[in-house]
Design a binder for this molecule. Sequence first.
Ligand SMILES: [Zn+2]
Length: 411
Amino acid sequence: MLIRNVHIENAAEPSDVRIERGVFSEIAPLLLPADGEQVIDGEGNLLLPPFVEPHVHLDSCLTAGTPRWNESGTLFEGIAIFSEYKPRLTPDDVKERAMRALRMMASHGIQHVRGHVDVSDPHLTALEPLLEVRREVADFIDVQLVAFPQEGILSFPDGEALLRRAAEAGVDAVGGCPHIEHTRDMGAESVRILMDVACDYDLLVDVHCDEIDDPASRNLEVLAALALETGLAERVTASHTTAMGSYPDAYASKLIQLLVRAQLNIISNPLVNMHLGGRFDTYPKRRGLTRVKELAEAGVNVAFGEDDLQDPWHPLGNGDMIDPVFMGVYAAHLTGYDQLQDSYRFVTHNAARALHLQDSYGIEVGKPGSCVIVAAPNFYEALRTHAPVTHSVRRGQLLAVTSPAKTKLLF
Ligand SMILES: [Zn+2]
């Protein structure tokens, strides 16, 4: 396959890209097509590595409004509504919704997904169908699954045993939810337990950590200290960490230094954090986000996820990674020109690093020939115009084609 006339990752000059046997084989201007070679005209548009969705809930997606809508817009009402939904959760229901959501994501150029599976369920109803989905979609999307003890490891009956059962069943990562545990001590202890499970089963770690506007919620320091102590380091991710938006500056400064040393990844979910955050404030209302800008400037790897697609925690969401970036650059004050141009990295390279994909990710000769063409010459324009992904290519195979909408002015 030959992709002609594209600007690779905001490059000023256009280039051509050749993919042979599923791998990037040549990147240079004005390559000539070989006999019978498939040619895609990039029309001077932007070429990026595939979008990565590093944080989404595939078991709850597409359930918004069932059995009821989350009218308070709080995390806690969302958890209560999903508990009410659980009696209707069947393997077929989970599978059908997850497949629909993943196809939606694929249509927007996402080729890698990290999905959290709620394991606060004695039957682990969603786990087996999602393990099946992971296998069945492998041709068009890579899925990692995280065992997510949504209602706690110590505060939910047999929480640790359920986490270990999920680890044995073949998840890719161990999760946690320490701020939801009954007490601060139980929160810290739950982090120790989940890190033990990760070490025992040699898994990645991705914890819903301090997702609360409470400056006293400080489980992240425990996770970071253990990431250092165990050597799991960059295999560990903390998602949300929204309490950091409420920490005093002196403490945040000390914590960020620890995160740098521990090489922890942070995943912020700007859409859901803005939606659920600040809900207990009158005025001033907090934004509910972690310190994205300060973390990134200090050298911490920060990625953005969409988190929830039409479920009790997010009434909107459509699998398009432009959306969390758009919200994130506003919410985190990353609206300088270079910051806007570079902001695609939150949902490409940075997210790939959090998922540990670096070796097989990126537009470089020798790497898997996977990329997307976005209908804009650079990411600033893509963000401004909410440009669609016109082509999604995976290991040299065209997966999805979208025609941009055209408006004709009738005056
Ligand atoms: Zn989440």
